[in-house]
Design a protein around this ligand. Structure first.
Ligand code: CO
Ligand code: ZN
Length: 326
């Protein structure tokens, strides 16, 4: 399980460049599912079991990143975020690119006054990438260069958003040897730039409900956001709403019922910002009732996203009990 999360989070796969991460996931699941398919835009969907009311689980496989926009001078490039990356999270970080280039992001300043100004109001306009002389093509994608680390119950890596969700689905297909009903696991593309993959991923399948598995914010650090109730280690968060959609109440109620019955710790989530693939799933085809199960996370969209092993395990347990519920 830890190995799965390590391998998935360390893999390369910014939005729009999901080939490597998709191939890795296929390797991990192919012997544990009844079949799988990659659709025309690159979503991966696999299925297992027979009969019942089929359920679809979706995790996005892309991660945030950056892309080269233009050359400033040889070895120095302007960059643009791919998905929600703050310029403050990019500053002084190493990035690794699809062509193998490694570079560091820094900020322009000619005077101390400039520097102070740049730091107080940082934008991608005054950041640049230094490739140590290496020539790069415009449109090359990169991600944070960051490695997996664990300590006690906590794990730290880039791309826990949403490779921890992808790892949940990998573990789910391994764990459910004889599922009581058919279920699908989908790994969507380009969630971070607007829920792109999830908007069409369900077209080839006939499902009566869908659940997105994604990370959510937590407030268990000093002076954290007061209106966020989620904490690491207190169980998967059953999402009531976020900024983009309201979970289908019937699914929320069933998730709570299953968690209570199986004595799986859980927490309720009302997020005052953000959105997940569930928002796209609700609006696809003729409407699929959808909800989200979230993994509480610290420092989302930074190179050091932190999640709890217990929460991860309990998320796998919750979803497998959900499939087995008859
Ligand atoms: Co995200
Ligand atoms: Zn996400």
């Amino acid at each position: 399980m830890i190995e799965t999360i390590k391998a998935l989070t360390e893999a390369f796969g910014p939005s729009g460049r999901e080939d490597k991460i998709r191939n890795l996931i296929i390797e991990m699941i192919k012997d544990h599912v009844d079949g799988y398919n990659v659709d025309k835009i690159g979503n991966l969907i696999a299925w297992k079991g027979e009969g019942g009311e089929p359920v679809l689980f979706v995790s996005h496989m892309d991660e945030i990143g950056i892309v080269i926009t233009n050359e400033i001078e040889e070895g120095f490039y302007r960059i643009e975020p791919v998905g929600g990356m703050s310029p403050y999270s990019a500053l002084s970080r190493r990035f690794i690119f699809e062509d193998g280039t490694i570079g560091v992001v820094s900020v322009e300043h000619e005077t101390f006054e400039d520097y102070k100004k740049a730091l107080s109001n940082m934008t991608f306009d005054n950041l640049y990438l230094d490739t140590m002389g290496k020539k790069m093509k415009i449109g090359t994608f990169g991600v944070y260069m960051s490695s997996f680390y664990e300590s006690g119950d906590l794990m730290m890596s880039k791309a826990m958003d949403d490779r921890s969700g992808a790892a949940v689905l990998v573990e789910l297909v391994k764990k459910l040897k004889n599922p009581k009903r058919k279920f699908y696991v989908a790994f969507s593309i380009q969630e971070e730039v607007g829920l792109v993959g999830a908007s069409v991923v369900a077209y080839p399948v006939d499902v009566s409900e869908a659940i997105a598995i994604d990370v959510t914010d937590s407030a268990d650090t000093p002076k954290a956001f007061k209106r966020v109730p989620m904490k690491l280690g207190k169980g998967p968060a059953i999402k009531v709403k976020d900024k983009m959609s309201i979970s289908d109440k019937r699914i929320v109620d069933k998730l709570v019922e299953v968690a209570e019955k199986e004595e799986i710790p859980y927490q309720m989530e009302v997020l005052i910002f953000g959105g997940t693939d569930a928002a796209a799933l609700m609006k696809t085809k003729d409407g699929i009732p959808s909800a989200t199960v979230s993994i509480p996370t610290r420092y989302i969209h930074t190179p050091s996203e932190v999640v709890s092993k217990k929460d991860f395990e309990n998320t796998v347990k919750l979803l497998s009990a959900y499939v087995q519920r008859v």
